[in-house]
Design a binder for this molecule. Sequence first.
Ligand code: DAK
Length: 258
Amino acid sequence: MSYQHILNQIHGGAALITLNRPDALNALSDDLMDELGHALAEYEDNDEIGAIVITGSEKAFAAGADIKNMKDRSYMDVYLGNFIGRNWEKVTDCRKPVIAAVAGYALGGGCELAMMCDFIIAAETAKFGQPEIKIGIIPGAGGTQRLTRFVGKSKAMEMCLTGRMMDAEEAERSGLVSRIVPASELIDEALKTAQLIASLSKPSVFMAKTAVNKAYETTLAEGVSAERLMFQSLFATDDQKEGMTAFSEKRSAAWKNK
Ligand code: DAK
């Protein structure tokens, strides 16, 4: 597939997807989301890739779904046609870790897309918000749910009711982003992190991701029980033997991903 709205690069074991609609601050049109879903599926199938970074431009990660595409739709257009619904869960379907590298605006669907990733690394310029209330709607791709889980009810409610943006420092303080880096180092830092993950044993990386995600989907007891089963199952892998033997022999592990 040839891509018009995203750029794709591979750096070692890490894939870098750059949202690329600069004239619209990377507004997430259906076409862009189709391309993003397609690229993610390709990287999922590519054994050389261990982790994926999604980024935007210096000015905007993404300023939301495309308002100009949406504005004339009727209720039946959006309900029966599942307008802007069909592609939005692709990131959450990924088994490989996906990192959002956010500089500038991450608003509306842009903030929701970043929150669907496994974690967010932010440039000091990043601004997060759910401003949909200002255009007569509410978040529609999980913003009211995921933002509330990240930052708590009070901040999420204020942001969804007023459209107030959160800067990078507040986002880090509130647990929305894992860390802040200088804007000029954002891509390098995100790629370094993705390459580090890609260099580890895939079975344990996949299970660590699944286990942490359980914390959002289940009770504590169910999550702990699922974690224990995954922990135990890793003792059936060659990589557990290799990892622990390499530690004992004071050498680097040579992973087989089995
Ligand atoms: N859509 C379309 N075009 C956009 C856009 C957007 N979201 N954001 C910016 N642009 C365009 C502007 O129209 C402008 O285009 P021209 O006028 O030059 O042709 C260009 O990008 C530059 O924008 P500005 O001139 O406005 O730049 P400023 O620096 O002055 O302002 C801004 C930057 C980010 C503060 C401002 O552009 C802004 O407020 N943008 C809109 C932010 C917003 O309201 N976002 C939420 C959209 S609603 C769902 C999935 C997703 C969604 C819902 C459901 N399902 C799966 C069901 C998501 C909904 C949304 O995201």
